[in-house]
Design a protein around this ligand. Sequence first.
Ligand code: QAP
Ligand code: CO
Length: 171
Amino acid sequence: MTVLNILEFPDKRLRTVAKPVEVVDGRIQTLVRDMLETMYEAEGIGLAASQVDVHERVVVIDLSDERNEPLVFINPDITPLTDEEFSYQEGCLSVPGFYEEITRPARVKIHALNEQGEAFETEAEGLLAVCIQHECDHLAGKLFVDYLSNLKRDRIQRKLDKIHRMQQRAG
Ligand code: QAP
Ligand code: CO
């Protein structure tokens, strides 16, 4: 297994629209394992393939404290189930150190394939609903900072640009 490099905002590659997975084969299963290892190593709760510069529709999530309940969604498709909204202080492994309250539909239906390529559907609410919507946004090239005012987003971009320049100089 391999820990993959996570792209950070404002990297343009995060804006790539992911393609559907055509066959869930060994290559995709390896990607899933590597994404899980990457997410656990970074102490995240969700990761989309877009974040590791693979532009295919694959998402991993683990909301458990023990970090032993991986959820895998291949070609996820979500539909809001209600007009009710839910707000949550979101973060993102691609926007490290920044957290902002984002409002989204409170409940969604999820259609996806599992790691074996079998279709399943489930309903989500609470943190899982937030997380799957956040990760599906990544597959569409969208980030949580896109929901913020231009002012807030530009501030975050400037701060991250500065951090990236310092990291560049440090080698
Ligand atoms: C998306 O985000 C999410 O800034 C997953 O320094 C977040 O795993 C969905 C992380 C909140 C729903 C609610 C962020 C780790 C992890 C950071 C993450 C950081 C270290 C973010
Ligand atoms: Co994210």
